[in-house]
Ligand binder design. Structure first.
Ligand code: CA
Length: 231
């Protein structure tokens, strides 16, 4: 059975482009051009596997819809945003959106993000991510072990916690606030300098060139992303 995607986007041209591209990939696409339309589709269209959500819509912003969708179904949501919407984008990610793409984006990138979001939500029977591998770097969360080109890498407990948090969301952006809350605690969400320090340490240990990271990526102004693992 093909996966159903609800596209909420008021740009007619982008809607048509995505409709073509996603149907070629075998997705069934429902589209809505406004919040009201999206609500109606969500209420009556039956199961929806993933939502692509534009922020700037003629009858309001995507934020309220995100809350409804997450509360009702736990459906993965990828935000499609213009760069100017930075503050709102971060709020949506903190509010439970799975990822975001800045317009204009490539179809290949969109499909990759969709695969990651679908995999992370998966089915209840699918085990959580506990192992991640990428070009010679292996992280085994259960065994608390990190190996680079076959050799054990020693991480401090905080470095490991930070890496583990990113690996559990591999392929997806994790906001500064989410990382600080999950690794240091809810009272540390403003301490972004912790992140800069510890990401620097992790890159020094895990990247061939820490100044040009290939795995531990910065999402400017938003957070960090560990690239999707190799299956
Ligand atoms: Ca728009």
């Amino acid at each position: 059975m093909s996966l159903r995607v609800l596209l909420v986007e008021d740009d007619r041209e982008l809607r048509a482009t995505l409709r073509d591209a996603l149907s070629v990939e075998g997705f069934e696409l429902l589209s809505a051009a406004s919040l009201a339309d999206a609500r109606a589709q969500a209420a009556h269209a039956g199961p929806i596997d993933l939502v692509l959500l534009d922020l700037g819509l003629p009858d309001g912003d995507g934020e309220s819809l995100l809350r409804d969708l997450r509360a009702r179904r736990g459906t993965p949501v990828i935000v499609l945003s213009a760069r100017e919407a930075e503050g709102q984008k971060i709020r949506l990610l903190d509010g439970g959106a799975d990822d975001y793409l800045v317009k204009p984006f490539g179809i290949g990138e969109l499909l990759a993000r969709m695969r990651v979001a679908l995999r992370h939500r998966g089915t209840a029977a699918q085990p959580a991510v506990t192992r991640w591998r990428h070009a010679g770097l292996e992280v085994d969360l259960a065994a608390h072990r990190v190996r680079l080109d076959g050799a054990d890498v020693h991480l401090t407990p905080t470095e490991f916690k930070l890496l583990a948090r990113l690996v559990r969301s591999a392929g997806q952006v994790v906001t500064h606030r989410q990382l600080l809350a999950d690794v240091w605690g809810a009272d540390c969400t403003e301490h972004t300098h912790y992140l800069r320090l510890y990401m620097g340490q992790l890159r020094a240990k895990l990247e061939a060139d820490p100044a040009e990271p290939q795995r531990l990526l910065t999402e400017p102004g938003v957070g960090y992303r560990v690239v999707a693992g190799e299956d």
